[in-house]
Unconditional design. Structure first.
Length: 446
């Protein structure tokens, strides 16, 4: 892991350190490429694989879903439904540990409470001459949520996608999750789905799941919007179907950036860096501090803690490739560099973190103080953990209740109210050469 001093670099060189990798196929490792060749018989690109799968799902529906689930996930649904049955939900409820279930329920309550406070309000107000203007906030009718699965289990992803949709008032929440080879789904994922308000669950993953949600099949209903993170194939598929339905965002590898001063505990910083590094070899963990002494301590502490991790190999590769400690000239420069990075997760570990908050312009979520570590937001606090990555926090928001809603404008003018503004509208329409527009106003005054 590198330690870099900004005093030795130009502003441009410092900014270059924080540039995010381009969203392209460099993320495909040799293993993924080998699996593509095995499955498709040729060296197709990830984008070509996704296009092939989407086109076949659109044409052949369930038959293609079964084909690609068997080919990619090794789960065979040739002679059985790939929708989770009530019996499977019941079996999952029996399999989960009571203590874990209690924690899931508490997390759901926290997330529900937070997102309920986000609910936008419909409104209607009076203007001159009895005119009325307003806005109607309407939930989407049916949404699809993607939850990573297979050998992994992410009940937290279920909660963070399903609960805001339920709070928004979405009638149907359709969940897709990759199955294990035996066709099962992790019981904690299924239990979280039932507790969070998911309507139906289908055992499908990858691009085939996104295509099924976007276009519908004999079994899977077509949705209005797809949310939730996935691998490169899921992300490319979401990009490809946008326009046929809406999507939340294009999610990249996880990121954490920590702004710290000399008062910060290097053990906390190292632990938080590694909490992201263990996600993926592409995950990014960066510290910006005004203390060279702290920088050295953090680097040493990372090595100590890394040696104890079960996912040591992944975390070590992430830290080696994308781990970075920058020593800034002062703490305000550190915050400004954080804004340039626009990280998914921003932690501020300084003597007075709230004093720096007004200077933060670009971040998916901000964690203030030593007792607000990033995993608190991942699992339990209440704010959503589906966050903009790859620098997109410059212009995009965290997943929220309004992600699952749309706004409709309301306009109701009286005859007198329209007459008072008719000349202005006619002049504007005529200036644009749209005389039919002008006439639609003019005839009402004759």
């Amino acid at each position: 892991m590198r330690i870099v001093l900004t005093k030795n670099l130009s502003k441009l060189e410092t900014a270059d350190l924080l540039k995010k990798p381009a969203f392209d196929e460099v993320v495909l490792g040799d293993g993924a490429r080998a699996r593509i060749k095995e499955a498709f018989g040729s060296d197709l690109s990830a984008a070509q694989v996704v296009d092939k799968i989407i086109n076949e799902i659109r044409t052949n529906g369930d038959k293609a879903v079964v084909k690609y689930t068997k080919l990619i996930d090794r789960a065979d649904f040739t002679n059985q439904s790939f929708e989770v049955t009530p019996a499977e939900f019941d079996a999952a409820a029996q399999a989960v540990e009571e203590d874990v279930l209690r924690s899931i329920k508490l997390a759901i309550n926290n997330v529900r409470r937070y997102h309920t406070e986000q609910l936008p309000k419909s409104w209607l107000s009076y203007r001159e001459y009895g005119a009325m203007l307003g806005q109607n906030c309407i939930p989407l009718e049916r949404v699809g949520i993607y939850v990573p699965g297979g050998t992994a289990a992410y009940p937290s992803s279920v909660i963070m996608n399903a609960v805001p949709a339920a709070v928004a008032g979405v009638k149907e929440i359709i969940m897709v999750v990759p199955p294990a080879k035996d066709g099962s789904v992790n019981p904690y994922v299924l239990t979280a789905a039932r507790e969070a308000g998911v309507t139906r669950v289908f055992k499908i993953g990858g691009a085939q799941a996104i295509a099924a949600l976007a276009f519908g099949t004999e079994s899977v209903p077509k949705v209005d919007k797809i949310t939730g993170p996935g691998n490169i194939f899921v992300t490319l598929a979401k990009k490809a179907v946008y326009g046929y339905c809406d999507i939340d965002m294009l999610a990249g590898p996880s990121e954490i950036l920590i702004v710290a001063d000399e008062t910060a505990d290097p053990r906390y910083i190292a632990a938080d860096m590694l909490s992201q590094a263990e996600h993926d070899v592409l995950a990014s963990s960066i510290v910006i501090t005004n203390s060279e002494e702290l920088a050295d301590k953090v680097a040493r502490e990372v090595e100590v803690q890394l040696a104890k991790l079960p996912r040591q190999e992944i975390a070590a590769a992430s830290i080696e490739t994308n781990g970075l400690i920058i020593v800034s000239k002062d703490i305000l420069e550190a915050v400004e560099l954080a804004n340039i990075s626009a990280p998914e997760h921003l932690e501020i570990l300084t003597a007075e973190p709230f004093k720096l908050l007004p200077y933060v312009r670009h971040a998916g979520a901000v964690f203030l103080g030593p007792y607000s570590p990033e995993p608190l937001g991942d699992y339990f606090a209440g704010p959503n953990h589906v966050l903009p990555t790859g620098g997109t926090a410059r212009f995009y928001s965290v997943l929220n209740v309004e992600t699952f809603m749309k706004k409709t404008s309301i306009i109701a003018y009286t005859k007198q109210a329209l007459a008072a503004v008719s000349d202005d509208i006619i002049r504007l329409a005529s200036a644009e050469g749209l005389e039919a527009h002008a006439n639609a106003i003019r005839v009402r005054g004759e």
